[in-house]
Each structure stands twice: as structure tokens, then as C-alpha cells.
Design a protein around this ligand. Structure first.
Ligand SMILES: Nc1ncnc2c1ncn2[C@@H]1O[C@H](COP(=O)(O)OP(=O)(O)OP(=O)(O)O)[C@@H](O)[C@H]1O
Length: 328
């Protein structure tokens, strides 16, 4: 559930602002003028298909790559004037993990503690605390190469937190993880935000953005094509519908006659009726079918979701459409 703010409270300061960020590789424009404003303490999702420019945005904002144009501030530090200030305030975990598989989880953590110049005793304390918090205490003394994908991601985030960053960039944190590990990762993100950390995540998964983000920007071909809350984005697309499927052509014909506002597909023997899927709307449709003496073989309700937004804005879905089936 995204974090919420009291309506009368002043807007929080920005953790990240970017204006007109541009980047090209050769003659290929990868970012074509990206504007962002991410309030401190919120979760922001940059949602886009492969090659949209998500990782490039993260690399620029985390000072790993220089932009060709535009400017940005992260944690109040300008990327160009104060890259060290930016680096001191952020943590980044990417698709290419910082975890060294040849050493143990604990050794990876202690290495990070050394990089942050923590005194030895303090480093051990922080490492042990974070390993426990991320459910890695039992495997702390085993080489990280034997960890599962989810464990490696958790270790990666734990390593990032050694520096106590106020802003964390998570580049596709759940790509390749099984559903359980994805949910664990979502829990971790929520916990971070509860502690006041700002989370900037990139994702190809609409449900992930929907689940976690206060605001979502949809990026496609290096441009932000829409930005808003999940609800605002869903309002951009036409409403849902109720779909009836028949096996008997006669029943299909009778139902079509009874439901004059239905869109009819004679080949598939389906009817598609605009509607919000509310109980009242469903009852009205079923009553009309009953009155006509026909019964549908399948009834599905489809409410607009981020898939639809994605489809409308980028010209293609990233995942198969999910339908909520209510009667079969
Ligand atoms: N160092 C580079 N040299 C040349 N092209 C690059 C370089 N880095 C990225 N690109 C190109 O820039 C485009 C955007 O890449 P980017 O990694 O930012 O996309 P992405 O949205 O993160 O996609 P993915 O989900 O696949 O990681 C891609 O077409 C990619 O091939």
C-alpha cells in the first residue's frame, strides 16, 4: 500500500528533482528530456518496457553516468557540482549485484562497513543487525555464491543500508524472483519507507508499481509518457467491461437481442458489455439474461488496470491481461 500524507500538511521537500535529462549513445537517443520531482519519504516507480531508459536514468541520478543535457538534484546536491554529496546520501542496488559470491554474506557486509569507514566493532554490530533483519543470519557464514536469487537481492540491499542512505535506487528489484521472494522484497521496500527512506524503483511489472508506489512515471523510448498515482493513471483509460461467452450460437443470438448495448463477436460467441463490474450492474445483466431464458457459459469482469494504461500509452502490454473471473 503506498504511503499516505495528511491533506493539510505542507508538501515534503524533494528527494530528487530532474529537469530535461538527456542522454545519447552514438546517434541513439536513450533519454529525451526527463523531468522528475520525487517527494522525500515516498516511493516512486519508473515503469517501462525493456530498453525504455530506466537503468540509464538510475545511473545518471546515482552519478555512475553523466547526462548530456539537463540538470538534477539528489538529496539537495547537484549531480554535477556535488557528486560526492549525492553519493553519500544514496544507495543503489542494480540488476548487476554488488554481492561477491566468493566470500560469505557476512564478509560482504563487513567489506561494505570498511568502505564506509565504520570502526571494526561498529561494523560487526551493523552487519549482524542487518543480516538478521533480512533473514540472512543463518547463512551469514556461507559463501554468497550458494544463495538463492532472493537471498542475493536481500544481501545486496542489506549491503546498501550499511551506509544508512536516505534515498535508495532499486533497479528492477524483483526481476527474476519467484512470487514469494517478490513479496518479501515488497515488504522490505515498505519497511524502508516507514523509516523515512525515499525509494526510487524501476520496474517492468505493473502490479509492483501499483502495489508500492505513491507515484508512477511511465517511460517509453526515453520519454515520460504519463505520470501520476496508480489511480490517476487508471483514469486515463476507458472503463471496464463484462464479457459473456456462449457455446450455443442460438443462446448467443438471444442474449445479444436481450442486451442491446453489448458489443457482439459472432465468431467467438461472446458479448462485451460496458460496465464497472459492480454488483448492481452484474445483477441487471443477469436479470435480462434470465428474462430472455438464456444462460452464459462463462462470465468475466474486467476492470481497467495498469496493464490497460500501459497498453494505451506504450502500444503494448508487458504481461498477459489479468481477468477476474467471477462465474464459470
Ligand atoms: N553504454 C551503452 N552504450 C550503448 N547503448 C546503451 C548503453 N547503455 C544503454 N544503452 C541503450 O540504451 C537504451 C536504454 O537502456 P536502459 O538500460 O536504460 O533501459 P531499461 O529501461 O533499463 O531496460 P531494461 O529493462 O532492459 O534494463 C537501450 O536501447 C540500451 O541498449
Amino acid at each position: 500500500m503506498p504511503t499516505s500524507r495528511r491533506p493539510d500538511s505542507p508538501p515534503p521537500p524533494a528527494a530528487v528533482t530532474a529537469v530535461g535529462l538527456r542522454k545519447s549513445y552514438g546517434d541513439r537517443t536513450v533519454l529525451d528530456g526527463i523531468d522528475l520531482r520525487i517527494p522525500a519519504g515516498s516511493v516512486f516507480a519508473l515503469l517501462g518496457p525493456n530498453g525504455a531508459g530506466k537503468t540509464t536514468t538510475v545511473k545518471i541520478l546515482s552519478t555512475l553516468v553523466t547526462a548530456d543535457g539537463g540538470h538534477a538534484q539528489v538529496a539537495g546536491h547537484d549531480l554535477v557540482d556535488s557528486p560526492d554529496g549525492v553519493r553519500a546520501a544514496i544507495g543503489v542496488t542494480g540488476q548487476f549485484s554488488a554481492v561477491d559470491g566468493l566470500i560469505t554474506g557476512e564478509e560482504n557486509m563487513l567489506l561494505m562497513a570498511d568502505l564506509h569507514h565504520l570502526p571494526r566493532r561498529e561494523g560487526r554490530r551493523v552487519a549482524a543487525e542487518l543480516l538478521a533483519r533480512f533473514d540472512l543470519a543463518d547463512v551469514a557464514k556461507k559463501p554468497a555464491s550458494g544463495y538463492s536469487g532472493g537471498m542475493k537481492r536481500r544481501l545486496d540491499i542489506a549491503m546498501t543500508l550499511v551506509g544508512n542512505p536516505r534515498i535508495i535506487f532499486l533497479d528492477e528489484p524483483t526481476t527474476g524472483l519467484d512470487p514469494r521472494s517478490r513479496h518479501t522484497m515488497w515488504g522490505i521496500v515498505r519497511e524502508l519507507v516507514a523509516q523515512g527512506v525515499t525509494v526510487f524503483l524501476t520496474t517492468q511489472y505493473l502490479d509492483e508499481a501499483d502495489e508500492l508506489a505513491d507515484r508512477i512515471a511511465v517511460i517509453d523510448g526515453g520519454r515520460i509518457v504519463a505520470e501520476g498515482t496508480a489511480e490517476e493513471l487508471k483514469r486515463l483509460v476507458p472503463g471496464g467491461h463484462i464479457r459473456l461467452r456462449f457455446t450455443d450460437p442460438g443462446a448467443h443470438r438471444s442474449a445479444a437481442a436481450a442486451l442491446a448495448d453489448a458489443e457482439r463477436d459472432d465468431a467467438a460467441l461472446t458479448l462485451r458489455i460496458p460496465g464497472d463490474g459492480s454488483q448492481r450492474r452484474l445483477r441487471a445483466i443477469l436479470d435480462r439474461l434470465d428474462a430472455a431464458g438464456v444462460e452464459a457459459d462463462e462470465l468475466t469482469v474486467r476492470t481497467p488496470d495498469l496493464d490497460d494504461v500501459f497498453f494505451a500509452l506504450t502500444g503494448g502490454p508487458t504481461e498477459p491481461h489479468q481477468t477476474q473471473e467471477v462465474v464459470r
